[in-house]
Design a protein around this ligand. Structure first.
Ligand code: ADE
Length: 224
């Protein structure tokens, strides 16, 4: 899988992609993330990529020309399954959509800034608009990093223990059960006996019951 991310602050994306699982995915050749600086596609002397909003009001709007130039340049090199715009008014991201996106070959992600992009970018180029939650970030970069992380960790071979992605919270509309590790006793706090019993079937049943209990208590909406 390849993910191309278009941003006006590419430095913001350096951290998330140069560590841990995402870095390992790149090293194993399973995923490649390429960040593009939108200013490189501006014909303006000062590399300006935004302008005042028609009709007035506070805040700048990202111009269509540099975005079009960048997207069309990338499209001339490969075809994209989706061109995703990260925005608080997009569809709210859920595991089901992440699962589907993890099966794609080439994704492009456009990060908004300021007041957002000229609406014509959304009309002409964008195939999907995604929000990571009902709150507003100062730009789409952190949202793009969240989306990319959620997608890439699902690609077979990226996680060491592949079954660990299948047992994530939300994969079957249930939250994950509690987990414990050594020591079995810490300052008087023990761990559930069943986990030390060695009876795998009983442990699996206990974990399932805990998942259902936790989901009922914390996210009853998932069970509806
Ligand atoms: N950009 C700003 N806020 C955002 C959000 N909540 N989700 C995705 N992109 C955003």
């Amino acid at each position: 899988m390849r993910i191309d991310i278009i941003s006006v602050v590419p430095d913001l994306l350096e951290g998330p992609f140069s560590h841990s699982i995402l870095k390992r995915a790149e090293e194993k050749g399973l995923a490649k993330v390429v960040v593009h600086n939108l200013r490189d596609y501006s014909d303006h002397k000062q590399k300006q990529v935004d302008d005042y909003a028609f009709g007035g009001g506070a805040g700048m709007v990202m111009k269509i020309e540099p975005i079009a130039k960048c997207i069309e340049h990338l499209q001339s090199q490969r075809s994209y399954d989706e061109i995703i715009y990260m925005a608080p008014d997009g569809e709210r991201l859920e595991q089901k959509a992440v699962n589907a996106l993890s099966l794609k070959k080439n994704l492009m992600i456009l990060c908004g800034h300021y007041k957002g992009v000229d609406e014509r970018v959304r009309e002409v180029f964008v195939t999907r608009e995604i929000s990571i939650g009902d709150y507003v970030l100062s730009g789409g970069e952190l949202a793009a990093a969240v989306l990319s992380d959620a997608i890439i960790r699902l690609i077979p071979g990226v996680l060491n223990d592949e079954s660990s992605a299948l047992s994530d919270s939300f994969q079957d509309n249930l939250l994950a059960p509690p987990v414990y590790t050594r020591p079995a006793e810490w300052r008087g706090h023990g761990v559930p006996e069943i986990l030390l019993s060695g009876h795998q079937q009983k442990i699996d049943d206990w974990r399932y019951d805990q998942s259902v209990k936790r989901t009922k208590e914390r996210r009853p909406d998932l069970l509806e």
